[in-house]
Design a protein around this ligand. Structure first.
Ligand code: ADP
Ligand code: ZN
Ligand code: ZN
Length: 710
């Protein structure tokens, strides 16, 4: 039996890298495995650590080896330890940080099972109620309540001592039960009975079953019933005694998918996401770890669900940018899912109506070309806004008026939250900017504040210019808050409610799902919002979709700008015209001839993707090349720049191009400089960058590495 545990202590410090050897005392040897959690002495502190290896001996003198203080009652499946090792390497991070991602929530804080006292009536208790024994009114009340079934002690009208006296007389049993803290979901989009698959779906399910150990892209138009295919693929895996992970974009925005899985599979579904309380998350994690739940539905972090014998990982809406994690390690759940599938022999099934060019190129596609309900995709009209005054095209205004008269439902997408984009002084031209970041502050009327969308800085709305004293402060541009206000004034009433959904609304837990449910229930009305309104929602009876300022995303200096714009328009069109209503989509833009917009208007995903791949091949962008972004930041501009130059000199990759250092705008009070490594192969480039950043640099410079930035 191994006497040495190789332990990686969980610390966020980049400088401290294990694993470190610890001598296992006799009583721990039998139970400690790779994946066990130990409390270990480290210097003068005690840290939580994960066992990443076991050995018979150590290079360190046995007299100097220390022993763990104890084991924690939670452990990781060994394959997740291996996955964490891969993540640490792949994203140029540390093993400790990668392990913290895959650990059970609350493990570090010691979240425990919650136990509660449950009372149950005994046979003697039942007789007592019926007959002769003397009972006080309180005692009788308690027993009568229990006659309907067991109840928590706290739900009974008697104190603890009184219950213990009844127990002593044999009239009831008291026992501690583990209590499951079950998460609540907003019910939305339940479908009742299982539909009969249409021909395309049946073919898809069949070909997925035949390809059971490789990856597939379910490339199906919006409304083609991809969820039903995921459900069938999951059922097939369960039947083989295996488990499944179903990844969805932000959970608050995809309550329908959760509902459909829970409805179909019941308690064997666990839901893991950051909106749960620590206790709920702990309990869901335990249910998965013990095999009581075998399906996990959740956002990107659910890719770490502790399911042993994994058969399938589904990635719904695989184009969604929320799959990329913005902390350190900056992992991409889609790549992690692919890796985990490979490690465990599970199948990978990614689905989208607007797949990423990378997935379209790398994976075998299964096509669904028709909507499940047989309805056609909506007609899309591109409205030229060059030279237009005001935010709405006359055709849009007319269509909204018609919608209201007809009592229909519509969705308007404007990818900019707040009231207006920026404030400026009419007199001297001052623009109100963030003191910490080089960006303009955005007006939020309801909060009476101007705020920074990057760091959260807030100020009161200025009544006059603090530079010149003028009281003429102009508001520029239009955000969702103002659009909601203006449309509510022009069109809204009890019969035609106007709803808004954006990050300001969604900060409140559960609010997004509520707004979606209320809009779904309303017979008529408008839903206005940012890209959140274009997620995979399945609403019936939407006859009008509108995209305002469709080229806003195109103006981003990013090679994925076209792909994003295309997806946004196609996805909004995808919400329209479902369920026996014909639909119409209006796209307002300053760039009516842009490729992304005209292909989206024709619903030509393949045409768009083929052209996009050609363009990327010419520029050697993914999937024809690899990008790694390294950002150095410091409070001092010169330091950030110098550090980036030094790193540039250190990074030694053959066959790679290093662009920069280029200055980035100041963020959260830090000046930034960026390097972009453009390489042919990912592995050598990642290794070279990883090595370069592992060596210390100036201590006032922070470095962040983004492999395959999105
Ligand atoms: P997608 O994710 O492909 O955009 P959904 O999975 O949301 O589409 O399905 C669209 C709608 O079609 C849903 O309301 C779903 O219940 C319904 N649906 C799916 N498959 C069938 C089928 N075989 N017959 C009838 N309706 C179906
Ligand atoms: Zn001024
Ligand atoms: Zn800021």
């Amino acid at each position: 039996m191994a006497s040495i545990a190789q332990v990686e202590p969980l610390t966020s410090s980049r400088a401290l890298r294990g694993p470190f050897d610890y001598a296992l005392p006799e009583d721990l040897r039998a139970s400690v495995r790779v994946g066990s959690l130990l409390r270990v002495p480290f210097g003068r502190q005690e840290l939580l650590g994960v066992v990443v290896g076991l050995a018979e001996g150590s290079a360190i003198d046995s007299g100097r080896l220390r022993s763990p203080r104890g084991a924690v009652d939670a452990d990781l499946p060994a394959d997740l330890v291996e996955l964490a090792e891969w993540i640490a390497r792949e994203y140029c991070s540390t093993l400790a940080r990668a392990l913290s991602l895959v650990l059970p929530a609350g493990a570090a804080r010691g979240t425990r099972e919650q136990r509660r006292l449950v009372a149950e009536l005994t046979a003697a208790g039942r007789e007592a109620l019926a007959g002769t024994q003397r009972l006080t009114a309180t005692q009788r009340g308690v027993l009568e309540l229990l006659a309907t079934g067991p109840l928590a002690a706290t739900a009974l009208p008697a104190d603890h001592a009184a219950l213990r006296r009844l127990q002593a007389r044999g009239l009831l049993d008291l026992a501690a039960h583990a209590r499951r803290r079950a998460p609540q979901h907003t019910e939305l989009g339940a479908r009742g009975k299982t539909p009969q698959l249409n021909r395309e779906q049946a073919l898809a399910v069949e070909s997925i079953a035949q390809a059971s150990d490789s990856s597939r892209l379910l490339f199906g138009v919006t409304g083609s019933g991809k969820t039903e295919v995921y459900l069938r693929a999951t059922a097939a895996v369960l039947e083989r005694g295996l488990g499944a992970i179903v990844l969805v974009p932000e959970i608050g925005l995809t309550p329908q998918t959760v509902t459909r899985f829970v409805e179909r599979f019941g308690d064997t579904v666990a839901v893991l996401h950051s909106g749960l309380s620590a206790g709920e998350r702990h309990d869901e994690w335990r249910r998965l770890r013990r095999g009581q739940a075998r399906i996990c539905v959740g956002p990107r972090s659910a890719v770490f669900a502790p399911i042993e014998r994994l058969g399938l990982i589904v990635i719904d809406e695989e184009h969604d940018s929320s799959y990329k994690h913005e902390g350190d390690p900056r992992y991409d759940a889609r790549d992690v899912a692919a890796r985990r599938a490979q490690l465990t022999g599970a199948q990978l099934l990614a689905g989208s109506a607007t797949p990423r060019p990378e997935s379209y190129r790398r994976m075998v596609s299964i096509r669904l070309r028709e909507r499940a309900d047989g309805s056609p995709l909506p007609g899309v009209e591109v409205l030229d806004m060059r030279g237009a005054r005001g935010p709405l095209h006359s055709a849009t205004a007319a269509a909204l008026g018609d919608l209201r008269r007809a009592g229909g439902k519509g969705i308007i997408l404007l990818n900019r939250r707040g009231w207006s984009n920026f404030l400026s002084c009419h007199h001297c031209g001052k623009v109100w900017g963030c003191p910490e970041c080089d960006v303009a502050l955005v007006l939020h009327q309801a909060e009476q504040a101007i705020s920074c969308h990057h760091c959260g800085h807030r100020e009161e709305v200025p009544a006059r210019c603090d530079a010149c004293g003028s009281s003429t402060v102009a508001r520029h541009g239009l955000g969702t808050e103002r659009l909601e206000h203006e449309l509510a004034r022009a069109l809204g009433d009890d019969g035609f409610p106007i709803f808004r959904l954006d990050a300001d609304v969604a900060v409140l837990k559960g609010r997004a799902a509520q707004v979606l449910a209320r809009f779904d229930d309303a017979p008529a009305g408008l839903l206005i919002g940012t890209q959140m309104v274009a997620k995979g929602h399945d609403f019936e009876g939407i006859t009008l979709g509108v995209v305002l300022d469709a080229d806003a995303t195109l103006r981003f200096p990013d090679f994925r700008a076209e792909e994003r714009t295309f997806a946004l328009i196609a996805q909004l069109a995808g919400r329209t015209g479902r369920g026996h209503t014909s639909g119409r989509v209006l796209v307002q833009t300053q760039a009516p001839d842009a490729r992304a917009i005209s292909y989206a208007a024709r619903h030509d995903s393949e045409g768009f993707l083929d052209g996009e791949l050609e363009r990327r091949a010419a520029l050697r962008y993914p999937p024809y090349g690899e990008l790694i972004r390294v950002v150095c930041s410091s409070e001092v501009e010169a330091l950030a720049l110098r550090a980036a130059e030094e790193l540039r000199a250190r990074i030694d990759v053959p066959d790679a191009e290093i662009l920069g250092p280029a200055p980035l705008f100041r963020l959260r009070g830090r000046e930034r400089a960026q390097l972009l490594v453009k390489a042919h192969d990912r592995q050598p480039a990642v290794a070279a960058v990883g090595e370069a950043v592992a060596r210390p640099l100036h201590r006032d410079v922070a470095i962040s590495v983004d492999v395959d930035p999105q």
